[in-house]
Design a protein around this ligand. Sequence first.
Ligand SMILES: NC(=O)C1=CN([C@@H]2O[C@H](COP(=O)(O)OP(=O)(O)OC[C@H]3O[C@@H](n4cnc5c(N)ncnc54)[C@H](OP(=O)(O)O)[C@@H]3O)[C@@H](O)[C@H]2O)C=CC1
Ligand SMILES: O=C(O)[C@@H]1CCC=N1
Length: 266
Amino acid sequence: MNKKIAIIGGGNLGMAMAEGLVNSHFIKPEHLVVTKRNISTLKSLETKGVMVSNDNAEAIRYAEWIILAVKPFQIKEVLASLQPLLDPQKHVLVSVVTGVWIKDIQEIVGDRFAVFRAMPNTAIAIQQSMTCICAHQASEEQIQYVSALFDQLGRSVFIEEKLMDAATVLGACGTAYAMRYIRANIQGGIEIGFSAATASLIAAQTVKGAAELLLQKNTHPEQEIDKVTTPKGCTIAGLNEMEHQGFSSSLIKGIVTSYKKIVDDM
Ligand SMILES: NC(=O)C1=CN([C@@H]2O[C@H](COP(=O)(O)OP(=O)(O)OC[C@H]3O[C@@H](n4cnc5c(N)ncnc54)[C@H](OP(=O)(O)O)[C@@H]3O)[C@@H](O)[C@H]2O)C=CC1
Ligand SMILES: O=C(O)[C@@H]1CCC=N1
């Protein structure tokens, strides 16, 4: 397991992945290199012993596993600059870039590489990501390595590439949707009497507990809702008012809008 990993693009997600990889001890810090043009924001990683660099070529020479974590509009230029240095016998590519297909990557680097697309979320920093993965021309050993990597950083599932945009919305944008739900709870909590700090704790732990009920007991949300709603009680009164105001409908419309944005832009 002494493989070396390069993360090309140490931004929000690249940095979160690096933190998760090091904190989980999946990789020794000295076996990880993270690049970006302005490396001054990578000091916390450097302190942990991770190599940081503004030289992608140096990172490609060092590592076998290349995680591409730049913005979608940057990927073509970055791949084109890396192409002469990439070797299908040595390198495996893992792209976390939204809306960029394996065929787009192959158009630039050629079709002889094992390529993965992975869609984690920012909770990867604390080993709580949900990561959807698809593989192309990968060996069983490479698939096992990628599985082990993302399972160490949360939970993972292999999906077909055609579902990758949907995975981006539900799994990655989903972190932002959940944050907004929690924030609204905090605002409501303050209005009914809590300090912001206490409301934040109650809201976040309650959401965590609700999610764990589904994950651990494998139940449907409505089964769990039935256990909370006393007939004529306060929960159902509040829930129904939320639905009258378009709660579920607004979430579904938001999810579909995010999805259309990816599909229409690419
Ligand atoms: N943020 C999220 O929650 C998620 C993001 N994604 C995807 O991950 C990718 C990264 O997103 P995110 O981290 O949010 O974006 P960021 O803009 O935060 O990170 C991209 C990083 O790439 C660096 N970069 C730009 N050009 C180069 C280059 N030529 N060589 C090396 N590094 C470069 C930038 O730093 P500098 O300018 O210093 O070079 C920047 O830090 C995107 O494609 C996004 O769609 C996927 C799932 C979740
Ligand atoms: O909105 C974005 O650009 C990215 C895609 C997934 C999460 N954030």
